[in-house]
Write a protein that binds this ligand. Structure first.
Ligand SMILES: *Cc1c(COP(=O)(O)O)cnc(C)c1O
Length: 501
């Protein structure tokens, strides 16, 4: 098959830009009209699952990415993939599937920073620097990243000392776990900066998005030899690599004889910014036999409400929870789903996004809501989440982190409600070692109040799973980043870090 024949191009969800190549979309991160880049059509898989089931992770990743990134040569893509999915993952499979009881857990946390963000952020720097070369870009790329806790460290890890790039991470000062915070502020790498924001994740994400779309600020930056890009899941270069592990999961279940070819499975995804579950939806559109996409929220249940009523309303109380990476009220990637369920209507998306900005809410049509039936929305409060951690550990000897536990709790509710007999894969997004305090407290009250790093050692004793390299002696590392700024002062902070006025 010639790859030029049906070259997939990208456009902005809001219609302001059209016919953009994948390389350009990845380099820029977000469109000038504030919309997100989406493929003009979602390609299909060219290999059968019979063939895919004989491939390793890298081969499957290539089969998926070559369809979306058609302006990259085979050599370029394989270079990116081979450098991303290598020994920095602590197991050969890259994304192993574990069966506990009747459920399958897709463990996406075997990368260097112990959360699923590594699946995409280990490859994004390669995709981006390759794109810069292809486009003969002469500017230094500045990656601006807002994090709810896990993206920050994964992006720092990915972009550290990558030539031609700088990275600045903004994290909410209140609301990340102690392990997450220490991972970021002790990070080495000459091209890295980490800033604590006085605000929550939404404040950080909105401020960063505003910078991207400010023409004035971008011009100023350009004059100083820089160009911005994003490592958040608004970047299509983060989303597409995530599609690969859904295809890989299906292929692996087939290989292991757990399912028959064509048999439909459900996936259960702990959701915040809607990136991970959107990747599952893309995988389904590509031809992976996925039936239901179960969207699990924590107490910040804006997506659950949206799926049940068709109205998205961000004007509500924000909760800081024990699953901080899902503490989000503005789920950016939902915009990409709206684009699809509106029948690729940029006008509709632009109107809805304007309503969100002006009124804090929007409502979709009945017809659009009908197209949401692939999804099931649910949420788990703190108590249910802790209960899931405890129950699964006691009954199945499997220790989950709090985000995965939200998914588990919602899945139980789903089963009760629907009696669905499809096999289900629960997406395990972080290692329990990243959230020791709530996880250990859930297992046994006696751990309450014990220091997070003491609990790391206790967790090792309890599970006999060795402490992952990424957090070994984390508490003893030198603190290298002490910047703190108000959410209104992000522009000045960026100028100060980049050393221009
Ligand atoms: C980022 C994150 C999530 C949410 O993923 P989205 O793609 O933002 O929906 C869930 N769990 C963990 C551990 C995360 O780091």
């Amino acid at each position: 098959m010639g790859r030029i024949m049906n070259n997939i191009l990208y456009k902005s969800t809001r219609g302001g830009e059209d016919n953009i190549t994948a390389a350009e979309a990845i380099l820029r991160g977000i469109a000038t009209d504030g919309g997100l880049f989406v493929p003009k059509e979602i390609p299909t898989l060219k290999s059968s699952f019979e063939e895919l089931s004989k491939m390793d992770y890298r081969e499957v990743a290539y089969s998926v990415m070559k369809e979306f990134f058609q302006d990259y040569s085979e050599e370029e893509l394989r270079y990116c993939i081979n450098n991303a999915y290598d020994k920095k993952f602590d197991c050969e499979e890259i994304a192993p599937i574990v069966k506990a009881g009747d459920e399958y857990y897709l463990e996406l946390y075997h990368g260097p920073t112990l959360a699923f963000k590594d699946m995409a952020l280990s490859i994004l720097p390669y995709l981006m620097t390759t794109a810069a070369k292809k486009r003969k870009m002469d500017k230094e790329i500045v990656i601006l990243t807002a994090t709810s806790g896990d993206t920050g460290k994964a992006a720092l890890e990915g972009f550290s000392d990558v030539e031609g790039t700088r990275i600045i991470v903004f994290f909410p000062q209140e609301g990340v776990s102690e392990v997450q915070r220490m991972q970021m502020i002790t990070h080495k790498g000459d091209n890295t900066s980490v800033v604590g924001i006085k605000g929550n994740f939404d404040d950080a994400q909105t401020a960063v998005k505003n910078i991207f779309t400010s023409k004035e600020f971008n011009d100023l930056l350009n004059d100083n030899g820089f160009a911005f890009s994003s490592a958040n899941s608004i970047n299509i270069g983060r989303l597409v690599p995530q599609v690969a592990y859904y295809v890989y999961t299906y292929a692996t279940l087939l290989k292991n004889g757990e399912i028959k070819e064509g048999e439909k499975i459900n996936v259960v995804v702990p959701t915040g910014n809607f990136g991970n579950i959107l990747a599952a939806y893309y995988a389904k559109q590509m031809g992976t036999p996925i039936d239901k996409l179960i969207c699990a929220s924590n107490d910040n249940k804006v997506l659950y409400d949206f799926m049940s009523t068709g109205e998205y309303d961000k004007e509500r109380k924000f909760f800081t929870t024990i699953s901080p990476s899902m503490d989000i009220l503005i789920s950016s990637n939902l915009e990409r789903l709206l684009y699809i369920i509106s029948g690729n209507s940029s006008e509709t998306v632009a109107t809805l996004m304007n309503d969100l900005k002006e009124k804090g809410s929007y409502k979709i049509t009945e017809e659009m809501k009908e197209s949401l039936k692939d999804f099931f929305g649910g949420y788990a409060d703190e108590e249910k989440t802790l209960n899931s951690v405890k129950k699964v550990f006691q009954k199945k000897n499997y220790l989950m982190d709090t985000h995965t536990a939200v998914a588990h709790a919602v899945y139980e509710e789903y089963l009760k409600e629907t009696k669905d007999t499809n096999k289900a894969v629960i997406i395990s997004t972080a290692s329990p070692y990243k959230f020791t305090a709530p996880v250990m407290k859930a297992v046994d009250k006696k751990y309450e109040g014990v220091d997070d790093f003491e609990l790391v050692k206790e967790m090792e004793k309890l599970t006999s799973i060795a402490i992952p390299e990424g957090i070994k002696d984390l508490e003893k590392r030198e603190i290298l980043h002490t910047r703190i700024c108000a959410k209104e002062a992000i522009n000045e902070e960026v100028m100060d870090i980049l050393n221009f006025k």
